[in-house]
Structures are given as C-alpha cells and as structure tokens.
Ligand binder design. Structure first.
Ligand code: MN
Length: 228
C-alpha cells in the first residue's frame, strides 16, 4: 500500500509476560458506573442505561511514563479504572457470552479535564474535549485472561503522592462487565484491539504538575505515572 502522507504509528500496549504487544483500535469508556462516584458527580445512581463516551486510540500512554499536564484546563482529574481488552469480534453479543471476547485486563487512568466536562454538561455539549485529549489514557500492560482469569471482584485504588484518593471494589460496578459489553455491542461492532474503560469509584480529584500517581486493580500491575 502506498500512502499520500507518512503513515502514523499504530498505538500499542505491552502484554504482560509476552514479547508481542496489543494494537489499540478504539477506546470506549463507561461513565458513572459506581454509585458513589455517580453521586459525587451530582447524578442519581439508579440503573439508567450505561453512558458511553470514547477517547482516541492513540491517547494511550505506557505505564511508567511522564504525562504532560494538558492545555486548556485548570482542573485535571484522575479516574482509576479496570480496563477490558477485546480479543474477538462481537456485534449484538449477549451478556452470558460476553466474557468469551475478552483478551485480558489492565489498569487505566481516565484523565479528565473536569472544568471542560462541567462546561459541556451545562451547555449540553459533547465530552470529547474533556475526555479525549492527547495522553489522556495512561494504562498498564494487559494481563491475558489465560493467565489471570476473569476479574470479577477485588480492590481498585489510586494514590497521589502516596495519599489514598480513590478506593473501591470492582464488584460494586453498577453495570457488570458482561452487561457493559452487551450494551456496547448493540451500538458498535467490537473488534480485537478495542479497549473498554469500565468506570471509576468515588474519590476523583485534581492533579498538579509534579504529582506522582499510582493506581491498581487487585491481580494486575500498579499503574505509575508522574504529571509534568
Ligand atoms: Mn471514567
């Protein structure tokens, strides 16, 4: 294939214990998937249909990297999340079959320009500039299901400069991972390379340049990055 412009790089994430990497296609995210976080954001955590938004695939940042403080915000927030990596095609898949398309799991930080998100909500505008900026998706290596099994319960936490800011349990998701996959696959054809950020527990807050961030989901790696 000849291209009219230089071809961009395909974004990739490491796979734990393998020399091969995971190419990233799309990044889907679930909003308000823990009741306590929905309440802290001023929403009613009753089971409304899951709320989805996206980030560009090339917003991923490898574990251990420095993350530049983004432009156009004075309120950058952390959101530690369990991330699902998709390994098979799926359209209209039912929740009882959904686990079969999961390649593995990782820990991600759904970095958010909270001031721009608040403005978008107020003006009934989309969230792209609040959520989908460059370097907005730091993520650990993916742990394949064949090694770690399916993650259904366990602690999820995030520390800033060694202070615990977020602490919850993945079993407290409003929509379970199979239910999220079922709902998403009615809207989009999922393909190998897609990632799903599954929502954040309570305790989101601001980050400043110089902050050291660590986040984890039990059974996976510790996500580490500094804000510069
Ligand atoms: Mn989030």
């Amino acid at each position: 294939m000849k291209y009219a412009i230089p071809l961009f790089n395909i974004p990739t994430i490491d796979v734990a214990g393998q020399s091969s990497s995971f190419p990233v296609h799309r990044i889907y995210c679930v909003g308000r998937n823990y009741a306590a976080h929905a309440r802290e954001m001023g929403s009613d955590p009753k089971r409304e249909p899951p709320c989805f938004f996206t980030k560009p695939g090339d917003s991923v940042v490898a574990n251990g990297s420095q993350v530049p403080y983004p432009s156009a915000t004075e309120n950058l927030h952390h959101e530690v999340e369990l991330v699902v990596a998709i390994g098979k095609d799926a359209l209209n898949i039912s929740a009882d079959k959904a686990k079969g398309i999961i390649f593995g799991y990782a820990v991600g930080n759904d970095l958010t320009r909270r001031d721009l998100q608040a403005q978008a909500k107020k003006l009934a505008q989309p969230w792209d500039v609040a959520k989908g900026f460059d370097h907005s998706a730091p993520i650990t290596a993916i742990h394949p299901v064949e090694k770690v099994g399916h993650l259904e319960k366990g602690e999820i936490w995030l520390k800033v400069n060694d202070d615990m800011r977020q602490h919850g349990h993945i079993e407290d998701m409003v929509w379970s991972i199979p239910e999220v996959i079922e709902a998403l696959s009615k809207l989009f054809r999922l393909i190998p390379g897609d990632l799903i950020f599954t929502g954040t527990p309570a305790g989101v807050g601001a980050l400043s340049p110089g902050d050291k961030v660590e986040g984890c989901v039990e059974g996976l790696d510790i996500l580490k990055h500094t804000v510069v």
